[in-house]
Every structure is written in structure tokens, then in C-alpha cells.
Ligand binder design. Structure first.
Ligand code: KQY
Length: 370
């Protein structure tokens, strides 16, 4: 297939495009089929079941496309057989569409294009999660080609979609732990990083939380910690337990959010949602992950960065992780209250969490055309 032209001389903002909020209408959701045995236990069998459950749940609300390697194509087609799930063949290094997929942007004429951020496996040689990520760095381009969308490539500027959330009205929220990590864009200071976000997403106000959730493999992605639920309102993962390493992180975030103003000049309403656990992988779960050079070893001593904030907003639905934890019911009730007009669907999130993320991290929305 011929490549779609990039627009190298311009930026989305200069061309009249902006990143919509996740609650704006979607054309579809994108996912990637998991298979790496050094990240997903038991050669990814349990993770594939979990991903298929997520894809089927989202397909109740909007179409889903799942990108699958040639080797897994037949297996995935069998597991994803559903009238609203399309399977396309695509190589990848892992299965995080939020981070390797494009960030779609839209204009007032109802057109959409995509930002193809440079991807370095969450840190490249200094703390990255695997040492070869060429296929993953191609995923955004391939998706945009399939959709016939023009592409803005940010060569030399590293970013993952899970490290940002927007309200669709000019405000972006992120963490300094990730975006200012020397393993992402060491040549840029905060002001220059903000300039990239303004130019590529058409935002005016950037809210910097100091850190994300403790021991998140991504250097503190905001999508596992805090997100907008509508303009002027965010939900923040929260613990009152002073022994939890997240205690200080939550309070530091709250201090920023309490004094922040969004792009429209509003003060933010901050809703709290409990952090599950503390959750740890079992020895058995860790034993099912096959060690490989350059990949992160799994041990039962590592705290898992479980979070109910890692949910996906679908057309009419909220697809959120549950953890077999006594806090699941409280989290579900909070999500019902925050999204009264959407159906909240809680799905087993543990297998996805064992791989290092959750439902938001494995999905990527494509906006509906106006
Ligand atoms: O949470 C995410 N956005 C991605 C996590 C990647 C973990 C890979 N083991």
C-alpha cells in the first residue's frame, strides 16, 4: 500500500486540527493482540483471553479493529469472531495501542489526521522495557495508512499516548516523571515540551503532575493515575494509607490540581477513586513469564501499579478494570456516579496488569468524522 503523505512543514495546530477528548464520539477503537512470552505469562494465553473480552465489550458500543501478527492471525481471528471486530495483519513488538498507535486529531470540517510520535519502548536504552522496538514505532504509520489519514511524524520527539490526557477544550494533563524523564526527550526543557504539545495537539494549558502511580513501568503515565471525566473535572487515584508509596504521590498531585486552572480559566473539581490492593504478582504468575535479554524480569516482590483510572471511554460506555478486590464495588459506584449517561462495564483487569498496564493502555480511540 502506498504511504500517505506526511505534512512535514506544518503542525496539526497550524492546519486547524486538535485532539478531541476521549468522550467525544468515536468511529472505532484500535487494539493490538498480545503475544510476547517475555511480557505475557504462559505464552500470552491468559492475556489473549483478557484482550478478547475487552474487544468484545467495546464492540457492544463501537467497532473495534485488532492488529495481529501473521503468526497469530488465525488464532486471533478465531478468538475475536464478532461482527463488530475487524482483525488486520500487522507486526508489532507488543500490544499497547495507546502508546504505539496514532493520536488522532480532528478539524472543524470533520476531517481527521494522526500524530505519529516517536516511540522508544518507554525509555530506550535507559530503562526501556525491551531493546528492539522498530515494529512498534511503525504501528501509528500503518494504522493511518489503513485509514487513509494524513500523518504528522514527530521525528526526534518521543511520546506515548498514555502519558497525556486532554479535555478537548485546550487543557492537557501529564506527569513530569514521564515527560521530563531524561530517557524520553533529554534535549528539551519543560517549555519546549509544552510547545510540542501545543503545536501537535492544539492545547493551551498544560497541567504537570509531579509523578504518576508508584512502580508503573512507564515512568508514571498519567492514564494510570488521573484523567478528565468532563471539562473541569478529573478523577485521581487515591490512598489514605500513609504506608503506601502512593500516599505522597497522590497528595503531590492533589496540591497541583487544587490550584490549577484549565484553559477556560475554571478551577478543577477533583474526584478520588481508591487504589486497589496493594497488589503483587504471585510466584506462579511470574514463573509463567519467559525471561529474555533486555526484558524486565518479573518478581513477586514488585508492587503492581493497579488502578481503576485505567478505563476506556467508549461511545455510551465505560470499560474499566476490576481486580477481585474489595474496592472494586466502590470503584464501580464512583464510575457510575461520574458517568451517569454511560453504561459502566467492569472486566477482569489482572492479566493485563501483569503485563504492565490496563484497559486504557491497550486501546486507542479513532474519532468519528463530523
Ligand atoms: O501502561 C502502558 N501504557 C504500557 C505499559 C507497557 C508495559 C510493557 N510491559
Amino acid at each position: 500500500m502506498p504511504s500517505m503523505p506526511t505534512t512535514p512543514a506544518a503542525t496539526p495546530r497550524a492546519d486547524g486540527f486538535r485532539m478531541p477528548a476521549e468522550w467525544e464520539p468515536h468511529a472505532r477503537s484500535w487494539m493490538i493482540w498480545p503475544e510476547r512470552p517475555d511480557n505475557w505469562r504462559l505464552r500470552a494465553g491468559p492475556a489473549q483471553a483478557a484482550f478478547a473480552t475487552v474487544a468484545r465489550a467495546i464492540a457492544e458500543f463501537e467497532p473495534v479493529t485488532v492488529c495481529v501478527s501473521a503468526a497469530e492471525y488465525d488464532n486471533a481471528c478465531a478468538r475475536l469472531d464478532h461482527p463488530d471486530i475487524r482483525v488486520v495483519e500487522m507486526e508489532s513488538d507488543d500490544a499497547w495501542a495507546r502508546d504505539t498507535g496514532p493520536t488522532f486529531v480532528v478539524n472543524d470540517a470533520g476531517e481527521s489526521r494522526g500524530v505519529d510520535w516517536t516511540f522508544n519502548a518507554w525509555g530506550g536504552p535507559s530503562g526501556g522495557l525491551y531493546d528492539s522496538w522498530g515494529h512498534d514505532d511503525e504501528v501509528a504509520r500503518r494504522i493511518l495508512e489503513i485509514e487513509g489519514c494524513a500523518r504528522y511524524r514527530t521525528d526526534g520527539f518521543v511520546l506515548e499516548g498514555g502519558s497525556i490526557h486532554v479535555d478537548g477544550e485546550g487543557t492537557l494533563i501529564t506527569t513530569a516523571e514521564c515527560l521530563q524523564n531524561p530517557n524520553r526527550n533529554p534535549h528539551l526543557d519543560r517549555e519546549r515540551i509544552e510547545a510540542m504539545l501545543r503545536d501537535y495537539l492544539a492545547v493551551d494549558t498544560v497541567i504537570w503532575l509531579p509523578e504518576g502511580l508508584y512502580n508503573d513501568e512507564t515512568d508514571g503515565h498519567v492514564d494510570n493515575f488521573c484523567c478528565f471525566v468532563r471539562p473541569g473535572e478529573v478523577v485521581l487515584a487515591w490512598t489514605d494509607d500513609p504506608r503506601d508509596p502512593n500516599h505522597a504521590r497522590c497528595r503531590a498531585a492533589m496540591r497541583v490540581l487544587e490550584i490549577a486552572r484549565d484553559a477556560a480559566g475554571r478551577r478543577l473539581v477533583v474526584h478520588r477513586i481508591p487504589i486497589p490492593g496493594p497488589l503483587y504478582a504471585t510466584a506462579d504468575e511470574c514463573a509463567g513469564v519467559e525471561p529474555a535479554p533486555g526484558s524486565r524480569e518479573r518478581t513477586p516482590l514488585d508492587r503492581l501499579a493497579g488502578s481503576y483510572v485505567n478505563f476506556y471511554i467508549a461511545n455510551g460506555g465505560i470499560i474499566a478494570p476490576a481486580f477481585d478486590d474489595y474496592k472494586d464495588a466502590e470503584a464501580e459506584a464512583i464510575l457510575h456516579r461520574l458517568f451517569p449517561d454511560r453504561r459502566v462495564v467492569m472486566l477482569p483487569g489482572r492479566e493485563i496488569l501483569l503485563g504492565g498496564g490496563n484497559i486504557h493502555c491497550i486501546t486507542q480511540q479513532q474519532p468519528a468524522l463530523g
